[in-house]
Write a protein that binds this ligand. Structure first.
Ligand code: ADP
Ligand code: 5GP
Length: 200
């Protein structure tokens, strides 16, 4: 049997600390058909982060230059820092049949959904605000002021869940991952991106 396959653009979004990065990392590790779109950001690199792996860490001037060049599929200011998805991280891979995962904030997700209606959108929710607070503190990557800012923003972000095709509550990690994988598996078989041809 012959087949052609176009890649899927999967957008994962949700409040900071809800577990998007954890779930995305597991999907990328276990399913090689997925690749990560490395965003650019002007925020400072955290000690556990690697440049060009977790983000392309760039200056405000470089960010402005990319904006002027129309290099972004979407871009947004999130928690006071600038982030953007580069077109160059997305379109060529999709044409080659690779699936591309975006971990972006709800503003950015909304823009991608408007521009790319065939994208797959998944919103990750925490089981409670208290759990979110505990996770942000346990992750130990942001100071208490930044954590409070992220928690305040979470309330507005969670109201956006209805804009997404899928919702996953990340309480038990294995269960949430199984749900994400089920979404990915079903979406791979959709005829908008998968064309099986039955031979004579
Ligand atoms: P996000 O990318 O959404 O900001 P992370 O993936 O960094 O969130 O997760 C925030 C913290 O919560 C991390 O320390 C991570 O190990 C932890 N975490 C993620 N999912 C779960 C879960 N289901 N149960 C308990 N802790 C979790
Ligand atoms: P963090 O600073 O914790 O890595 O990310 C903060 C927020 O920015 C998260 O909600 C994350 O999904 C979002 N984010 C990361 N990259 C991008 C991007 O390229 N575009 C947009 N719009 N949001 C992003």
């Amino acid at each position: 049997m012959r087949e052609t396959r176009k890649g899927m653009l999967m957008v994962i979004s949700g409040p900071s600390g809800t577990g998007k990065g954890t779930l995305a990392a597991r999907l990328l590790q276990e399913d090689p058909s997925f690749t990560f779109s490395v965003s650019v950001t002007t925020r400072a690199r955290r000690s556990n982060e690697i440049d060009d792996v977790h983000y392309h860490f760039i200056s405000e001037e470089e960010y402005d230059r990319l904006l002027a060049e129309d290099a972004f599929l979407e871009h947004a200011t999130v928690h006071g820092h600038r982030y953007g998805t580069l077109k160059s991280e997305v379109y060529e891979r999709i044409e080659r049949g690779q699936n591309v995962l975006l971990d972006i904030d709800p503003q950015g997700a909304r823009n991608v959904m408007a521009q790319e209606p065939t994208c797959v959108s998944v919103f990750i929710l925490p089981p409670s605000y208290e759990t979110l607070r505990v996770r942000l503190h346990t992750r130990n990557t942001d100071d208490p002021v930044e954590i409070e800012r992220r928690l305040r923003n979470a309330h507005g972000e969670l109201e956006q869940v209805y804009r997404y095709q899928y919702a996953v509550v990340n309480d038990d990690l294995d269960l949430a991952y199984a749900q994400l994988l089920a979404i990915a598996r079903a979406e791979k078989q959709r005829t908008i991106r998968y064309f099986p041809v039955v031979e004579d």
